[in-house]
Structure formats: C-alpha cells, structure tokens
Write a new protein. Sequence first.
Length: 258
Amino acid sequence: MPARTTRKTETAPATSVRRNGRPRTATASARIYADLRAEIVSLQRRPGAALSEAEIALAYGVSRTPVREAILKLSDEGLVEIFPQSGIIVSRIPVGALPEAIVVRKALEETTARMAAQVAAPSRILALRSMVERQREADAARNSDAFHQADEMFHATIAEIAGYPGIWRLILQVKVNVDRMRRLTLPQAGRMTGVIAEHAAILSAIEQHDGDGAAAAMGKHLARLFRDISAIKDINPEFFDGPSQPIDRTTTTNGRTA
C-alpha cells in the first residue's frame, strides 16, 4: 500500500487537470508553441538562431516537458531543427519549398477573391477598406508589424466574405515559410506602398462585384512573391537554406501578366 501511494503522488503533476479539463502541461505547451511560432514567423527569432529549452522553461516558469513538446511540434512544421547532443536552432528558410507554397496560396486566394466579389455586402466592403487604411497608417509610421497584421486581416476577411474561412486557416499552414520571407521584404523601399496599391485594386474589383477582376488582381498581387525569392535571398543569404531555382511565374491562372 505505501508503494502504491508513492507512485500516485509521483504521477499526479503530469496528469493534473485544470477546471476546463485540459492537462496543465498541455496548456503550457500550447502557449509556448504559439509564442515561439509567432516569434519565428515574425523573425524575432532569426533563422539559424539557437533555442535553449532551459532558458525557455525558466522564462515560462515550467519544467522542460511542455517546452520539449512545443519544440517537437515546431520541428514537425519545419520551423526548428533538433540536433541530438548538440542543440536546437531556428530553421533557415527553405528556398526550394517556397514556390510550391506560393502556388497553393495563389490558387486558393484567387478563388476566395472571386467568390467574395459575388456576395460582398456594403458593410464587409467597408471593413476591407478600413484594413487598407490601417496599412496606409502603418506605412506612414514605418511600422512593419502593424502593416503585416492588417495585411493578414485583409486576406482573412476576404475568405470570410466568400463564406469559406477554413480556406484561410489552411493557407496559414501552407504559407508559414513564405511569411518569414515576406517579413524580410517589408523594410524594402516602396514595398508597403506597392502592397497597398495591390490591395486597393483587389478591393475595387470586389466592390464592383467583378469576380474575374478580383481573382486577377489577387493573382497579380501574390505573383509578386515569386519574384521576391531570389532578390531577398541575395540580400539575406544567411537566412536561407538550399539552392535557389530559376523562377518565372509572372502570369496569373487566367493568362494575364503580373
């Protein structure tokens, strides 16, 4: 009987449950994962930077177990690399994977833009317009974080208007490494101003209920990402992994030149 009591006491921390039913370690792991992922995607944690389980555990006031769970999940997404007996680093941006991710995103968002144009109510158009205005304000303030947040909201709202918010959730998974590259483009002179003009063209087509025009404007907007790959890699080679490939995708799916 004493031995049975001892084992129960030892295992209690790992199985303790909050009032909402979630294990404490799972809750901590999810929070650490979300924070680390956001820091990696925003480049607060740069490609190639080392991660310390001990330091992260200390910062969150937890054991290494939830930290390790979070890091394993990030590894599954290709955002960190784990070297046994050596350490953990933030993965470099995989050049070879970027074109495929852009192709997937472009195809999906051309579809949501076309569908949104067919059904957009005046109130939703006003919401999109306010997001473009927020981007103008962020551009004027040279605030790339606020600009990126408004950019994400603009695209997510188009998917919501189309009636398929789940498409945006899928895109978020597909474009994670593209986002890291995009964050490197924002400080470039004229970049944010150019994005605003492209968003304005998408918004105009949606407002006119021009489905084909909205899809074409979205395709042109996202086709820019293909051209960014080589240029940004040349400026920041230390952030990328693998050889660059010839990229020539300057047309949208309906044949218009981007």
